[in-house]
Write a protein that binds this ligand. Structure first.
Ligand code: ADP
Length: 192
């Protein structure tokens, strides 16, 4: 299996690049944000609980997210690899992911981190909010809160994978195609 984490702050382009990467490399896309939004749309108990956190720009509790990832693995036992997008977001999630993968006799090959400046991120998110129907993208206060959470909690994920020598930064500003080419080059090197 080849498993990849696409890492980066809200609005850094993880979703856009994930769609292209899973197609090119035949990976299964696991976006916890997408899974949570589907639960919300389906009005499941999990979705109703998650919505109260998401609307405030807070993280959904670890056990909820980890349980969701575990179920996703159960549904996709035949996958040749996963691309994780928006997960893991806390140190506890990273530890849980490593454990779940080791049960499958596999591990994370690389963590590619999209680097984008904060003012560019706010601009992109407010712009996305105009058309995406995502209420967490229309309120600048909620957006700033998500950056604070990213800095305070999600940076531990970067540290976790830096210690394992799996972390690599990629410039996330420029054209979609240029960023895709840079990500692809990093992946090809890892696969070789
Ligand atoms: P973005 O990267 O733009 O914030 P996502 O779609 O990845 O968008 O996530 C949207 C929201 O869903 C987050 O702000 C958070 O509340 C929740 N969420 C997504 N993934 C996780 C996760 N791994 N752990 C906790 N909460 C999560």
């Amino acid at each position: 299996m080849f498993n990849l984490i696409l890492f980066g702050p809200p609005g850094s382009g993880k979703g856009t690049q994930s769609d292209k990467l899973v197609e090119k490399y035949g990976l299964k896309h696991l976006s916890t944000g997408n899974l949570l939004r589907q639960e919300i749309a389906d009005k499941t108990p999990l979705g109703i609980e998650a919505k109260s956190f998401i609307d405030k720009g807070q993280l959904v509790p670890d056990e909820v997210v980890i349980g969701m990832v575990d179920s996703f693995f159960e549904l996709h036992k035949d996958a040749s690899g996963f691309l994780f997008d928006g997960f893991p977001r806390t140190a506890a999630q990273a530890v849980a992911l490593d454990k779940l993968l080791s049960l499958k006799q596999t591990s994370i090959a690389a963590v590619l981190a999209l680097e984008v400046g904060e003012e560019e991120l706010v601009k992109r998110l407010l712009n996305r909010g105009k058309t995406s129907g995502r209420s967490d993208d229309t309120n600048e206060e909620v957006i700033r809160k998500r950056f604070a959470v990213y800095t305070n909690e999600t940076s531990a994920v970067a540290a976790h994978y830096k210690a394992a020598h799996k972390f690599q930064s990629v410039k996330g500003e420029g054209s979609v195609d240029d960023i895709f080419a840079a990500l692809s080059a990093a992946i090809d090197k890892k696969m070789a």
